[in-house]
Write a new protein. Sequence first.
Length: 250
Amino acid sequence: MRIVFGFWLVLAAIVMSGVPALAGSTHVAVAANFADAAKEIAVTFKAKTGHEAVLSFGSSGQLLAQIQQGAPFKVFLSADEERPKALVAEGLALSDTRFTYAIGKLVLWSKNPTFVKDEATLQAQAFSKIAIANPAAAPYGVAALEVLTSLKLNDALKSKIVMGNSISQTYQFIDTGNAELGFVALSQLVGQTGGSRWLVPQTLYAEIRQDAVLLKSGEGDEVAKAFLAFLKSSEARAIIEKFGYVSGVS
């Protein structure tokens, strides 16, 4: 009787806590620029639901290739619209689940507190290396090239460009001094007061719309669906905006 009574006490405590008795987990592929925001969202998601979102980070291009090769992801948070659309077209993702969860912003950044002013810093070309993410794999690299094209600096700066495999590696190049400056996501600089930066005007590059999608492998995964639903919640939107994005969900 004591064992039975104890069981019901534990069950009652779980119910009263609001956390599901049968918590689960799901695997989420996350674009590198969204890493910090995704980590905080995952923590909040677990606190609210009891479920765990297991996060894997990389450039959108790297993650796309892994998904195409059968990686066990259930959800994809890309840094662009094109790759989720491609997965839908290939039958690897569900079209009615795709939505824009965040709109990113591009920043020209340097560890030197007096170095970056505005576009004049690029025009002056007074640096030996400028870091951008590889545009073949990372949408923020595409945006960086669009800025240079808009300013008619592509040819002049071609020999000075160093490319990171992802926006995270691009940040590291600048942070370690291997490049004097470079283009990073605004989200990577949240909470930082050092260095110098220029928030690049939206008129110089196409809007960076970051889409989420449920992968075909997650079609029967209720935790994956719950995570995508949570990504649209007011709690998640507040975190997204805290990290310097515009929420893609109204």
